[in-house]
Write a protein that binds this ligand. Sequence first.
Ligand code: GTP
Length: 364
Amino acid sequence: MWCDDRMREAILLVGGQGTRLRPLTLSTPKPMLPVAGVPLTVHQIERARDAGVERIVLGTSYRAEVFAEHLGDGRDLGVEIAYAVEVDPLGTGGAIRNAAAHLTCGPDDPVMVLNGDVLSGVDYAGLIEGHVRAGAVVTLHLVRVEDPSAYGLVPTDEQGRVLAFREKPTTAEEIITDQINAGCYVFRRSAIDAIPTGRVVSVERDTFPALLADGAHMRGVVDDSYWLDLGTPWDFIRGSADLVRGIAPWPGHAPAVSLVLDDAVVDEGADVGGGTTVGRGCRVAAGAVVQGSVLLDGAVIGPAAVVTDSVIGAGAMVEAGAVVAGCVIGDGARVGTGNELRAGARIWPDVVLPPTSVRFSTDA
Ligand code: GTP
C-alpha cells in the first residue's frame, strides 16, 4: 500500500566489492554480471517496477561508473534511477543513509531496500502492504534454509515480531533459528534518516540491533518462494541456470534447456544444456559438451572440450578436448588442449595455460 500522492521509492545496494566472486568482479561489479544474459540489477529493477516502484536510488561505490553507463536515468526500464555514490564504501547501513538524500517521500512513507545480489520471487507489493498495515518501523523478508550458519539469523515470535539478530553464528548453540535475513527490507523513511551520516554503518550489525534495543516494531515475514544469494560463483551459476530453466521467476521468459544470445554460434553436434547461457558472440564447436554453465560474451569452446558447472569469462577460450568442471575462468584466459581443471579452480584474467600433449597411460 503506497501513499498515492507520493513517488514510490526503493534503494538498491550495489556498492560491494564482490570479493567472493573474483576474478569475475575484477572488471564488473557483482550486480552487473549477466545472469541468464541480463545483469542481476536489471532483473531486480524490473521486478520492483512491476510491483509499483517508480523511482530507484542505486547506492554505488565499487566501479560506480559501470551502473550509470548501462542503466542511465532508467527510462529504458520504465523507472527513474538516481545514483548515490560513496567515494569510500559506507557499509550497508551507511549506503542506505547516503541514498536517502535522493528520496522524495515523506517521513512516514515506506521505502523498499534491496541487496543487489539476490534473486528472489518474494511479493514486494505484499511486503510493503503488510508493513504499512502493521505500522512497522522495519519489515524484513526472511527465508528458511537448511544450513543457516553462513547468514544473519532472525528469530520471530508467533505474530512475526523480530526477537533478535544474530550475524553468522560460529557455534551450534548460536544457531537459534533456521530463519535468515534475505536482504530485502521495507523501512519507514524516518528510520533511514535516523542512521548516522558520513561513516561506515552495517545495517545488519548496527542499525537493526539498535532499533530492536530501542523497542521499535520490527516485523519478519517468512516466505518460501524462490530465493538465492548469488554471492559465490557456484550460486551465481545456479541462479543463471535456474532463470533459464524457469525455476527462478522471470516474467515473459519461456523455460528452456539453454539460452543462446545474439551472434553466438553453437555448431551442430555440440551438446549444450542444463540451463547454460551462451553469451553474445560466443562459439561452441562440434563435439563440445557444455552443461549448467555460463559463457560470458565472446567465449570460445573448442571441439570436444567439456565444460560443466563453470563460468567462462568474456573472450576466454577452452581449447579442443580440455576439461573444465566447477571452475571460474577469468576474462580473456586460455585453457589449452589437454588441460583438466576441476572443483573450484579459478583462473585469473588473461592467464594462458599452454596446451599439453602429456598423456597418462593406465598400462602397468
Ligand atoms: P563479498 O565481498 O563477496 O562479500 O560481496 P559484497 O561486497 O557484495 O558484500 P555483501 O554480499 O555482504 O553485500 C550485500 C549487498 O550490499 C550487495 O548487494 C553489495 O553490493 C551491497 N554492499 C555491501 N557493502 C556496501 C557498501 O559499502 N556500499 C554500498 N553502496 N553497497 C554495499
